[in-house]
Design a protein around this ligand. Structure first.
Ligand code: AMP
Length: 434
């Protein structure tokens, strides 16, 4: 299938072409026609599948005819974090460049005055985090009576962050004569309830992630004492050929501490977490995307769904307390057809959380012995030139969770998951991922 088969407007097709996309991803091929028929849609898809364009493209065409009234946006996209909201706004900007649509981004941490000014001018697409939206609603700066299309994106993340009551309140303020699109990586019972309550006869579309982390990310586990974590991280960083990396900590104070410690050691490293001012968060993220920061030390919430391709490594400074977060963390690497490497440090106290991760990924880690590094280093940045040839073979097969070659479709029953019976790329990797 090609994009022109989807009945999108010539303006939208031109923007897609300029973006360089050759063919729709599976979620786009399925969701776009349903959205064009004004059906409600439940999309089970993670970031990385092209899901954002699957709703932005048809929305742009659907909204192109009308005109927004003052303070009455015509469509609403709800996002759990400011970063995701900003990414969606970028998508509307890129794909909507040949349409004349007004959009506004309502997120915390940014000047309310500016946001109110935009609302006054009339907004076709409003992209918001639930808290800031309700804040402006309660102050009377916004009316939701004219919303024709509502998108609830990353619903499972909204649930994890405790936003479901806010969402219920927001949806109850929008007239029932609307089109509702809900996207979620998983269908937890709370999300199912939400869809039953707020969506009408939705078309359900499931796609596997573009490439499951198990297939493109090599995973390593190292046992440490809590007090040795920084030095161990330093050792691994020196051994690995790190182009750039996310380093995940469970606690915000550790995010700051680790970023500072690494900086002190001469690494290019910065923190990213929810307590930082929005301007600083946006700037840090941009610098990471621009390759000006190599190591981004972050919390789960701040990094969720951030779309940066070509990240070579993920380091789990701590075993995440929620197993799902492990999959989201390591999914920051090995994206868009690249391979990646993920390391995790574990202590005696992490047993429960580690078990939960292993249960979720349906594999047991072998511990990687860093002391063997001189005999058998996984990869070596410090002596890249001399060791380069041996890098590939020197990755300890013992330490790997998955022996799969990237994108191979070997059927490993241990790795079967909830996506087994849904449409995914499988061997049929679209051109843009090759
Ligand atoms: P998303 O799942 O929306 O976060 O998108 C993941 C990445 O895929 C983003 O970098 C998009 O720009 C890119 N993308 C989306 N649709 C396509 C497509 N049809 N062809 C190539 N890349 C795409």
């Amino acid at each position: 299938m090609i994009f022109s088969d989807l009945g999108l407007s010539p303006e939208t097709l031109k923007a897609i072409e300029e973006r360089g996309y050759k063919e729709p991803t599976p979620i786009q091929a399925k969701a776009i026609p349903a959205i064009q028929m004004t059906r409600d849609v439940v999309g089970l898809a993670q970031t990385g599948t092209g899901k954002t364009a699957s709703f932005t493209l048809p929305m742009i065409d659907a909204l192109s005819g009308g005109r927004a009234k003052m303070r009455m946006p015509r469509s609403l996209v709800l996002e759990p974090t400011r970063e995701l909201a900003a990414q969606v706004a970028d998508n509307f900007e890129v794909y909507g460049k040949y349409h004349n649509l007004n959009k506004a981004l309502l997120v915390g941490g940014q000047s309310m005055g500016e946001q109110m000014k935009l609302l006054e001018q009339g907004v076709d697409v409003l992209i918001a985090t639930p808290g800031r939206l309700l804040d402006l609603f309660d102050r009377g700066h916004i009316l939701l009576n004219d919303i024709k299309i509502l998108v609830i994106d990353e619903a499972d993340r909204m649930m994890d962050m405790g936003f479901i009551p806010d969402i219920e309140k927001i949806v109850s303020l929008i007239p029932p004569m609307r089109q509702t699109l809900l996207f979620s990586a998983t269908m937890a019972p709370e999300i199912k309830k939400l869809t039953e309550k707020f969506l009408s006869n939705p078309k359900e579309i499931s796609v596997a992630a573009t490439s499951s982390p198990a297939e493109t990310v090599e995973q390593f586990l190292v046992k440490v004492n809590q007090k040795d974590k920084n030095n161990t991280l330093d050792t691994i960083l020196k051994q690995e050929n790190v182009k750039n990396a996310f380093i995940f900590c469970n606690r915000k104070k550790d995010v700051d501490m680790v970023a500072k410690w690494l900086k002190g050691k001469g690494y290019s490293s910065e923190p990213l977490h929810g307590d930082m001012a929005q301007v600083k968060r946006t700037e840090t993220l941009q610098r990471f995307k621009d390759d000006k920061i190599k190591l981004l030390v972050c919390s789960d919430v701040a990094a969720r769904g951030i779309d940066v391709n070509n990240v070579s490594h993920v380091f789990n400074y701590d075993v995440p307390m929620t197993a799902d977060d492990y999959v989201h963390r390591i999914g920051r690497t090995g994206r868009a057809g690249n391979t990646g490497r993920a390391w995790m440090m574990t202590t005696d106290r992490d047993e429960k959380f580690l078990d939960a991760v292993q249960k979720l990924i349906k594999k047991k880690f072998d511990l990687f012995d860093l002391k063997q590094k001189n005999k058998n280093p996984p990869s070596d940045s410090a002596s890249k030139k001399t060791e380069k040839k041996s890098t590939k073979n020197s990755r300890s097969p013992k330490a790997k969770v998955s022996e799969k070659t990237p994108h191979s479709k070997q059927n490993d029953p241990n790795l079967s998951n909830e996506y087994d019976d849904v449409d995914g790329f499988g061997d049929d990797i679209p051109a843009f991922l090759k």
